[in-house]
Design a protein around this ligand. Structure first.
Ligand code: SF4
Length: 610
């Protein structure tokens, strides 16, 4: 049941009114679950290592919250990383991290589940555990502490955070939660290490304490070896075979305050068959799977009925690749427009976008359209396997402005492997030509073109996992060329760019091994907390912490890996073979593209489907 002191702190004590946005900490939102009377033998606290507004926008957590709470005997409740003002207040008042639903201390749950989506949130894990009064290191936990488990796409390389967790769930959690709950019930009463041994036998569960990490004298990794006969030498990720058969949450929680994605999220497909060589999600979520229009239609109707959201977002890595996208948009917009519900697609592909689709989308309100050409020239797009021609791009941009859209956002990347000066000039040319087309077709109405520039970050389990990363200084000089050109072109062309020092850290952590855990702990003890936020991020703190562990952050991020180097993340298999990734890496160096795969007909033998 709830803790009276926490309940008083949240509901009666005026202290909560002294922090920013107290609504982050009170719960009771529409559709949040009231578990007061549910008999349960397994209680799970679902945590997110970033603030409420970000965690509440995370689809994975919504799915798990729904799945666990619909299981007999299981309760799942939420907690997010408090903003620093609230974290200080909690420490001052001796209030431990608590769940929003029952105001119960997180440490009192059987299991703590943390969703990990980004390397920049890793320090947030320590913030959550510390506020919850749970020992940071798995090896320090006692029998009375909860089992601390993580899942999420950042775990494609679990090693940097492995020592903080008792178990890690590799792949799509929906597929494994039933087995997890069954084993938790069956092993109740066993000692913690015995329980973990049994958990390690479930496919997709990695128990780091059962593996030993071996380094070579030069500091590179030799291997991550299972030291327990029950723990597999490689942990094979889990994935959902049929999206239609997997229950999907429609009563999603509606917050009291604005969150990052303030809309009903409906996942229409998972995975991507395009094979962009930099894209981790594209590899991690292979193979490509679709929800059928009939199921999408039912879910959409229920979501809007239960939430009252005014926008339905059709989520996928590449929405316009859905084989029935025109039918889906046309049906949904006919049904939702009279209810004043807007439809949105997060990102559109530039060579199959139809004018009809744009017209259907703009029936209610016109939000901006977003495309990701990624690179400025066809040459570089062939290297990264984003097979779009300049003509595809310009034709689409012309269509966008002719169909009365006024805002266009373009995602572009710099520092990609094989990039030349001409490719940066290509980005400038793309902005100039887009501006000319917009002026011709939408000049009188007004328009805005926004170029969002990010740095390439080499990620595990991708063909570019061997690649080097440009230094922040190199990236600054490239983006300054684009910024000056945009100023010259006109006020309606805007450029924003990521913090390249944060991108360097992301690369260092993404390809790091278990030694990173000590770096993370040092950063936390030096005051690190919300490291994904530029206002709170301190490069010096990271550089110093790396150095104190005899590691060089710039080298960890920038070093090109030789083809024969062993990688820490190879203790898990996402199904895509190393030989396939290697072939793709070599093809990129020869500017040879690979066509999209179509499961069942066109296959490049990456290893996932069979
Ligand atoms: S096995 Fe073949 S069809 Fe399946 S995802 Fe890999 S390349 Fe595509």
């Amino acid at each position: 049941m709830h803790d009276k002191r926490i309940q008083n702190f949240v509901e009666r004590d005026s202290a909560l009114l002294t922090v920013q946005k107290p609504a982050r900490y009170i719960g009771r939102e529409l559709n949040s679950i009231s578990n007061g009377h549910k008999p349960a033998d397994i209680e799970i606290a679902l945590l997110f290592p970033d603030i409420y507004e970000i965690g509440m926008s995370n689809l994975g957590l919504k799915i798990l919250y729904f799945l666990f709470n619909t299981m007999p005997g299981v309760i799942a409740e939420r907690a997010y990383l408090p903003w620093p003002d609230m974290a200080s207040l909690m420490r001052q008042e001796k209030i431990p991290l608590y769940t929003l639903e029952r105001k119960k201390p997180v440490r009192m749950y059987d299991v703590v589940g943390i969703s990990l989506q980004s390397e920049l949130n890793y320090v947030g894990i320590l913030g959550l555990l510390d506020l919850a009064e749970i020992p940071l290191w798995s090896s320090d936990r006692r029998e009375t502490d909860p089992l601390v488990i993580a899942g999420g796409s950042a775990l494609s390389n679990p090693e940097p955070v492995a020592p903080f967790f008792d178990a890690l769930l590799i792949g799509e959690a929906e597929e494994v939660v039933l087995e997890l709950i069954t084993v938790l019930r069956e092993t109740r009463g066993l000692k913690r290490p015995d329980r973990l041994e049994v958990l390690s036998e479930i496919q997709g569960i990695y128990v780091p304490s059962l593996y030993r990490v071996v380094h070579r004298p030069d500091g590179t990794l030799d291997s991550v070896v299972s030291e327990n006969r029950r723990a597999p030498s490689r942990v094979l990720r889990r994935w959902v075979a049929s999206l239609d058969e997997m229950p999907y949450p429609t009563r999603v929680i509606v917050p009291y305050i604005g969150i990052v994605h303030d809309r009903a999220p409906l996942e229409i497909s998972r995975g991507c068959a395009r094979g962009c060589r930099f894209c981790q999600a594209g590899m991690f979520y292979r193979p490509y799977r679709e929800r059928s229009p009939r199921v999408i239609d039912n879910l959409a109707r229920e979501m809007i009925d239960y939430t009252g959201f005014e926008e339905l977002s059709l989520l996928s890595l590449s929405s316009t690749d859905h084989s029935c996208i025109e039918e889906i948009i046309s049906d949904l917009s006919a049904k939702l427009a009279p209810r004043k519900v807007n439809l949105s697609l997060p990102s559109l592909r530039m060579n199959c976008f139809s004018l009809n689709l744009a017209r259907q989308l703009q029936r209610v309100r016109k939000s901006g359209l977003t495309f990701a050409p990624e690179a400025g020239t066809e040459h570089l797009r062939r290297i990264i396997n984003k097979n779009l021609t300049d003509q595809d791009i310009l034709k689409t941009i012309e269509q966008v402005f002719s169909a009365n859209w006024q805002r266009l956002k373009l995602y572009l990347m710099i520092g990609l492997p094989g990039e030349r000066d001409e490719d940066i000039a290509g980005i400038v040319r793309l902005l100039e030509e887009s501006y000319a087309l917009a002026k011709k077709t939408a000049g009188k109405r007004g328009f805005e073109i926004q170029a969002s520039i990010s740095a390439f970050v080499p990620k595990p389990h991708t063909p570019f996992q061997w690649a080097s990363q440009n230094s922040p200084e190199e990236l600054e000089s490239k983006v300054s060329i684009i910024r000056s050109a945009a100023k010259r072109i006109g006020k309606s062309v805007r450029v924003n760019w990521s913090d390249f020092r944060m991108n360097q850290l992301e690369a260092a952590l993404a390809r790091g091994d278990r030694r990173m855990a000590k770096v993370l702990e040092r950063v936390y003890h030096k005051g690190g907390y919300l490291e994904g936020w530029s206002d709170w991020f301190s490069y010096d703190r990271w550089e110093q912490s790396f150095a104190e562990e005899n590691l060089d952050m710039a080298a960890c991020a920038g070093r090109e890996r030789p083809l024969n180097e062993a990688f820490p993340w190879e203790v898990v298999s996402i199904g895509v073979r190393r030989s396939f990734l290697e072939k793709e890496w070599l093809s990129s160096r020869e500017t040879v593209p690979t066509a999209r795969c179509v499961p069942g007909s066109i296959c490049h033998d990456c290893g996932v489907c069979f």
